[in-house]
Design a protein around this ligand. Structure first.
Ligand code: AMP
Ligand code: MG
Length: 483
C-alpha cells in the first residue's frame, strides 16, 4: 500500500534525547468508527485507492504507513502546580504530514499502546473518550477556536479497563505541532543549553517563521507564544469553554487547544464553574483560565532564561517586562471580544461596566451563557425572556442607548453579534447522549451532532435541542481524566 500521507520527521533532528522510537502496539480487530472526509481532503491526503479497511489498519496502529517513523515525544510539566516528568505515554507520532500547499501537521495516534513514558498506564484509550475528543475538537474548530483536530477514531477490538470495562479505540489527532511548555521544561531540566537553542529554533521555524533568529529569540519566543495564548484564551472565554486541565504539558506553543480530557462547555454562567472531578480547588475554573495561562507562561519564561541574557538577573528582568504585560494585553483583547458579543463595533470608555454588569446579572440569575447573548439578538431582546426582571430592564436600556451611539443601527449590531455568538455549542447533555448511543453501536446520533456542530453560527431548524438544557443537568455535570 502507498502512504496516504507525505511524511517528514524534522522533530527527530533535535536529537535522540527528545523522543523514543516506538512502534504502535498490535491491535486485535481494527475497525473504522468515524472518519473526517472533509479534513482528509483539506490535508490533501492521497485517499484514492484507500479502502475503509486500509484506513482502519493505518489509524489503529495495526500497520504503519511506509513513510512513517513512529516516536513518543519526551516532555515534562507542572501538573496542578507540581513539576513532574511525563512524555507521550499513550500517543505515538507517525510523522509530520506536508500538505500540497506546504503546511506541516503532526499526525499522532492517541491510544496506540505503551511507550517508555507510560509509567503505570496501559497506553490505551477508551472509545467513549476518543469519540468525545473527536466531537469537541471538531466543534471547536468550526467555532473558530484554534485547536488540534480529529481525523478519525478507529476501534481496536480490545477491552480497556477503567472504572469499568470499555471498548478500546485510537484517535488520529492532527496538530500544528505537539510542542508544549512542558517540552521546554524537559529540555531545561534534563538537557543542555545547546539542546534548548535547537528546540527554540525548531519552534520558531515551525510556528513563527517571520521571527528573526539571533540573540533575542528567547524573549521574542516568549512574547509570541504569549500573544497566541492570549488569543486562544479569549476564544475559550467567548464560547464558554473550560479546558479543565491547563497543566503546562497541555499548553501548546502554537497556541492551539490540545489535550481534550475533562473539558466541557458551560451552560449556566458562573465564573467559578469547574467540571473536572479532580479539580477540587477550582484551579482551572472558567474565570481562572487567564491567570493560569499567565502562570504557565512564567514557567515557559523560566526555561528560556539562559537564552535571554548571560547574566541571570538581567535575564529575569527582561522576562518580567514581557510577563507583566499579560494582564493589560489580555484585558484589551477580552474587552474587544465581549463588546462584539454585545454588537459594539469598538470599545468606548463605559463599555467595561456594561459588560461587567451583564455578567454580574447572569451570575445572579444563573442565566445560560450562550442563550443570554442569543436572547439579546431576538426582536424583543432578552427582557422578553425575563419579563419581570427590573435589573435586566435597566441594563437593557443602557445597552440600547449605547447601540444608538454607533452607526448602522440594529442591523449592524446583529451582524457583529452573529459572528461571535454561536447558536450551537456541544452541550454536555447532547454530547453524553450521543456517546451513550455510540457505545451501544448506534453512531447516527453522534454523526448528526458532529454535522450540526459544523455550522455553529447559522440558526436553522435543528437549533432547539441546543438551547434547552434539561433541568438540573447544568449543575451536576462532572468530567473525568484518566480516559
Ligand atoms: P493527560 O492528563 O492526558 O495530559 O496525560 C498526562 C500524562 O499521563 C501524559 O504523560 C500521558 O501520556 C499519560 N497518560 C495518560 N493516560 C495514559 C494511559 N492510559 N497510559 C499511559 N500513559 C497515560
Ligand atoms: Mg496531556
Amino acid at each position: 500500500m502507498n502512504s496516504p500521507f507525505r511524511f517528514e520527521h524534522t522533530y527527530q533532528s533535535l536529537g535522540d534525547a527528545f523522543f523514543e522510537s516506538r512502534i504502535p502496539s498490535p491491535v486485535k480487530g481494527p475497525g473504522l468508527v468515524i472518519f473526517n472526509h472533509t479534513l482528509a481532503a483539506s490535508l490533501g491526503l492521497a485517499t484514492e485507492g484507500m479502502k475503509e479497511g486500509d484506513w482502519a489498519q493505518y489509524l489503529s496502529g495495526g500497520i504503519l504507513p511506509p513513510d512513517a517513523s513512529p516516536i513518543a515525544q519526551a516532555y515534562a510539566g507542572h501538573q496542578f502546580g507540581g513539576f513532574t516528568m511525563l512524555g507521550d505515554g499513550r500517543a505515538i507520532l507517525l510523522g509530520e504530514h506536508i500538505t500540497p500547499e506546504g503546511r506541516r501537521f503532526d499526525v499522532q495516534l492517541k491510544g496506540a499502546g505503551v511507550t517508555r513514558y507510560s509509567r503505570r498506564g496501559d497506553g490505551r484509550a477508551t472509545l467513549r473518550a476518543m469519540l468525545r475528543e473527536y466531537v469537541i475538537s471538531e466543534a471547536m474548530h468550526h467555532l473558530g477556536v484554534p485547536t488540534s483536530r480529529s481525523l478519525a477514531v478507529a476501534s481496536t477490538g480490545m477491552s480497556v479497563y477503567r472504572e469499568r470495562v470499555h471498548d478500546g479505540a485510537v484517535l488520529t489527532r492532527i496538530a500544528a505541532s505537539h510542542l508544549r511548555v512542558g517540552t521546554f521544561e524537559y529540555v531545561r531540566r534534563f538537557l543542555d543549553v545547546h539542546a534548548l537553542q535547537r528546540l527554540v529554533d525548531h519552534a520558531r521555524q515551525r510556528h513563527f517563521p517571520d521571527m528573526p533568529a539571533g540573540p533575542n529569540t528567547g524573549l521574542d519566543l516568549l512574547d509570541a507564544v504569549m500573544e497566541r495564548q492570549i488569543g486562544l484564551i479569549v476564544h475559550w472565554m467567548r464560547v464558554g469553554f473550560i479546558h479543565g486541565v491547563m497543566n503546562t504539558d497541555n499548553m501548546s506553543i502554537s497556541g492551539e487547544t490540545i489535550d481534550y480530557g475533562p473539558c466541557a462547555f458551560m451552560d449556566e454562567y458562573h465564573p467559578g464553574t469547574v467540571f473536572s472531578s479532580i479539580d477540587n480547588n477550582g484551579r482551572y475554573a472558567y474565570a481562572n483560565q487567564p491567570p493560569v495561562a499567565q502562570w504557565n507562561l512564567a514557567v515557559l519564561a523560566e526555561t528560556l532564561l539562559p537564552l535571554m541574557d548571560d547574566n541571570e538577573e538581567a535575564a529575569v528582568a527582561k522576562a518580567q517586562v514581557v510577563l507583566h504585560s499579560f494582564p493589560e494585553r489580555y484585558l484589551s483583547k477580552w474587552l474587544r471580544m465581549m463588546t462584539a458579543k454585545l454588537g459594539l463595533d469598538q470599545v468606548q470608555a463605559d463599555d467595561r461596566s456594561l459588560v461587567d454588569d451583564l455578567l454580574k446579572w447572569m451570575e445572579g440569575r444563573g442565566a445560560d451563557f450562550t442563550n443570554t447573548f442569543l436572547g439579546l439578538e431576538r426582536e424583543g431582546g432578552l427582557i422578553e425572556v425575563y419579563p419581570e426582571d427590573a435589573g435586566l430592564q435597566a441594563w437593557h436600556a443602557r445597552w440600547e442607548q449605547r447601540l444608538r451611539r454607533q452607526p448602522g443601527g440594529r442591523d449592524r449590531a446583529l451582524a457583529i453579534m452573529a459572528e461571535v455568538n454561536p447558536v450551537r455549542i456541544p452541550r454536555n447533555h447532547l454530547v453524553e447522549s450521543a456517546l451513550e448511543h455510540a457505545e451501544q453501536g448506534d453512531l447516527i446520533p453522534m454523526k448528526n451532532l458532529v454535522d450540526d456542530l459544523s455550522d455553529p453560527y447559522r440558526s436553522g431548524r435543528r437549533d432547539q435541542p441546543f438551547q434547552q438544557v434539561p433541568e438540573g443537568h447544568a449543575r451536576s455535570y462532572v468530567t473525568y481524566c484518566g480516559t
